[in-house]
Design a protein around this ligand. Structure first.
Ligand SMILES: Nc1nc2c(c(=O)[nH]1)N[C@H]1C(S)=C(S)[C@@H](COP(=O)(O)O)O[C@H]1N2
Ligand SMILES: [Mo]
Length: 429
């Protein structure tokens, strides 16, 4: 069955004008050639976890799902894009929980996992708050834990989630759908800490630093957010994920969670928040990094740097968790379709489901989120009367008049991808 499936969805070659040698995408392509030599069926069966190869319809290009390697401890089933640094995601059918288990939260690292995190050793860790504040603070983990705590289900989604669906291809991790999670985080409101330090009127932006050593000659990974977002009651300094210490890969001992905004705002292994009187201007705040064109651009082209804007909040989006891609059903069988939807700073107002490539749509039942910035669960039932290949599509709408696009709008680095999710199912085979 699996061999037959692979031949049916035989991907075409990719021409990627932006790809550089070192970005894993080239590696994916060359490994794909290697797979071809081995004989597709055998190689894929050996890799396992490939039943989402056809998610988003028949594949047009090699995906990193073909390059799953050894498992990362604590993250069984993760699709690994890169092992140095570690980057991996989970296929949509493994993200069905309303609260994402730590073992299924994606991992996006720019540098090395700090030794402290690997050893789960809090000794000597401190968090410094400095810059445009009345008093510089240096807090220990015990200091943070003495402050009033909050626990909330909060979303983190990599700004590049969905990049693998951009056409033409864009360099960087070829995330499909799974660089997103909604775990339960416990910690201290960032605003409580900033208020303790006392913000000067000149404070307009934060700059975050972590303990991870960059790879090669790269600058330390650092991003920041406007003071308004830093003062939002749902922006937290987290020391627990799903009721336990943070996993090494997700930021032990302490990270920021800036929900609704692109994941790079949520600094892991946090050691310093520098309050600034200008918009933070690190590498990762400049050029084409985490920035999007100020106006729509033709696919494959990029505007001058001066026309790039910092990417901030996520846009309306949804995921089909059930059924898994390429599930088999009998003709006339009722199929439960279950998923999640989210809308960055906005509310989700409705989710529609189609089984005929968007010619007709049915309204799904939408459940409210656990709290602001948690994802919404939605549910629908479909019946496909006769034999054939079908796709289940889901399209979410927000409360400010936006809906997910049917074709992915393009930008030079593949950020904020939110094209409608398509899940192929096979009826009567
Ligand atoms: N210190 C540090 N923080 C970081 C990163 C990093 O490389 N170093 N990656 C960021 C990016 S791009 C994302 S999407 C999220 C991912 O969080 P996760 O690995 O817990 O899923 O962490 C952010 N925080
Ligand atoms: Mo990210």
């Amino acid at each position: 069955m699996r061999e037959e499936r692979y031949e049916k969805f035989n991907p075409e070659d990719v021409h990627d004008p932006h790809a550089s040698k070192d970005d894993g995408f080239q590696a994916a392509l060359s490994r794909r050639k290697w797979l071809g030599l081995m004989g597709a069926g055998g190689a894929l069966a050996a890799l396992g976890g490939f039943d989402t190869l056809g998610s988003d319809g028949p594949r047009r290009r090699a995906s990193s799902q073909e390059v799953q390697q050894a498992e990362v401890p604590g993250k069984p089933g993760m699709i690994i894009h890169n092992s140095r640094p570690i980057n991996g995601e989970f296929p949509p059918h493994l993200l069905a929980d309303d609260v994402t288990p730590s073992s299924r939260h994606f991992v996006r690292n720019n540098g090395q996992v700090p030794e402290r995190a690997r050893n789960q050793d809090p000794q000597g860790w401190t968090l410094t708050i400095d810059g445009e504040v009345d008093r510089t603070l240096e807090l220990t983990l015990a200091d943070l834990k003495r402050m009033p705590s909050v626990t909330m289900a909060l979303m983190i989604e990599c700004g590049g989630n969905g990049r693998g669906l951009f056409d033409p291809a864009v360099r960087g991790n070829q995330w499909r759908r799974g660089a997103v999670g909604c775990s339960e985080w416990t910690g201290v409101r960032l605003r409580d800490v900033l208020q303790q330090a006392g913000l000067k009127p000149s404070a307009i932006y934060t700059a975050h630093y972590g303990e991870d050593a960059p790879l090669g000659a790269a600058a330390p990974f650092s991003r920041g957010i406007p003071i308004d977002k830093a003062m939002n009651e749902n922006t937290i300094i987290a020391y627990q994920m799903n009721g336990a210490d943070l996993p090494a890969l997700n930021g032990y001992p302490v990270r920021l969670v800036v929900p609704g905004w692109i994941g790079s705002c949520s600094q892991k292994w946090l050691t310093r928040i520098w309050v600034r009187d200008v918009v933070h201007d690190s590498d990762k705040m400049s050029g084409y990094s985490y920035r999007v064109p100020a106006y729509p651009v033709a696919p494959g082209t990029r505007p001058p740097e001066s026309d790039m804007l910092i990417a901030t909040s996520w846009v309306i989006k949804s995921l089909i968790n059930t059924p898994a891609a390429e599930s088999h059903f009998a003709a006339g069988e009722e199929i439960g379709v279950i998923g999640h939807a989210w809308a960055g700073e906005n509310q989700v107002s409705r989710v529609l489901v189609s089984t005929d490539h968007g010619m007709s749509w049915n309204e799904a039942e939408l459940s409210p989120p656990a709290n602001k910035y948690a994802w919404y669960r939605w549910e629908s039932r479909v019946v496909l009367p006769g034999k054939g290949y079908y796709e289940i599509w889901a399209r979410a709408f927000d409360d400010v008049g936006s809906a997910q696009p049917l074709i992915q709008p393009w930008n030079p680095r593949g950020y904020l991808g939110n094209v409608v999710h398509r899940v192929p199912v096979l009826i009567g085979f």
